[in-house]
Design a protein around this ligand. Structure first.
Ligand code: NAP
Length: 250
């Protein structure tokens, strides 16, 4: 049996799950990570790390490696990669599927305020409040101009330059269970949370914890997926779509 190659554009929880699940099929999966973190979690199967060098570099990678299908499973906010994948797929005529979990939906008890980006969060934070920033380290800098609030930021790796912050405490940790999130929000006396709506299960705990403690959430919504790309929302749907894509090749 000839083993066809799939490229998974990863970095999201669902991409790791898909790479793992696909090992049961007679396919070669290559997961791609951007290389933002020093010691990234590695996917099951073959992987590569680093940018491709724009659309041209990605087209070159697809052709050189004889990729037959691209699964864009990047994080909902990784817009540039999504556009590049779409353009590279059009140029190379290699089919592309988008895999993205549905975003979190506001529940009646949730106190959410939808905002456009981190800069907007800065303009609406109440004075003297204690704010939990559940954001990647690359999105912190903008908050250094808010002096009359206290920040607690949680992230996986410490950012290199925080010299201009006078009011920031960092917690190096991944998101935890609902119980732990409730304890954290209580212990740190958090008044308000700023986060991105990724739809990821692993980081939903803080949303449930905020609901429980009646804490307001400033939530940033990602851009809508590119609507001409077939979009799947579960591993099972993706598995079926991949099988049907390759069925006629075996
Ligand atoms: P982005 O702005 O959409 O992409 C910027 C550039 O990074 C791309 O043009 C590409 O470089 C490279 N890149 C992005 N994803 C890549 C991948 N999976 N494999 C190889 N190169 C990749 O992306 P971003 O928002 O910085 O996110 C970077 C990665 O972190 C993504 O893979 C995403 O899944 C993950 N992530 C992002 C977030 C978030 O909030 N944005 C959160 C969690 C995880 P070239 O043009 O050189 O190919």
């Amino acid at each position: 049996v000839k083993k066809h190659k799939i490229l998974i554009l990863g970095g999201s929880e669902i991409a790791y799950q898909l790479a793992h699940k696909l090992q049961s099929l007679p396919l070669i999966t290559i997961s791609s990570l951007a290389g933002r973190t020093k010691n990234p979690r590695l996917p099951t199967g073959i992987y590569r790390i680093g940018g491709f060098g724009g659309v041209e570099g990605l087209v070159n990678f697809l052709q050189t490696n004889n990729i037959k299908l691209i699964i864009d499973a990047t994080h909902p906010f990784a817009r540039k990669m999504q556009i590049n994948a779409h353009m590279a797929s059009s140029i190379s005529k290699i089919p592309l599927l988008r895999l993205q979990r549905p975003l979190w939906q506001q529940q009646p008890e949730d106190e959410w305020i939808e905002i456009g980006d981190e800069a907007e969060a800065c303009t609406v934070l109440p004075k003297e409040s204690t704010v939990f920033l559940a954001l990647g380290r690359q999105y912190l800098q903008v908050f250094s101009t808010c002096h009359d609030v206290k920040f607690i930021a949680r992230m996986l790796e410490k950012p290199p330059n925080l010299a201009n912050f006078t009011n920031l405490k960092i917690i190096l940790s991944p998101p935890r269970s609902v119980k732990n999130e409730i304890n954290l929000l209580r212990d740190e006396k958090i008044d308000i949370i700023v986060c991105r709506n990724s739809g990821a299960q692993a980081s939903y705990g803080k949303i449930i914890a905020a609901r429980h403690l009646k804490i307001r959430v400033l939530i940033i919504t990602p851009p809508k997926p590119i609507n001409i790309i077939p979009t799947l929302s579960t591993i099972e749907e993706a598995f079926e779509a991949i099988l049907s894509n390759f069925r006629n090749m075996y």
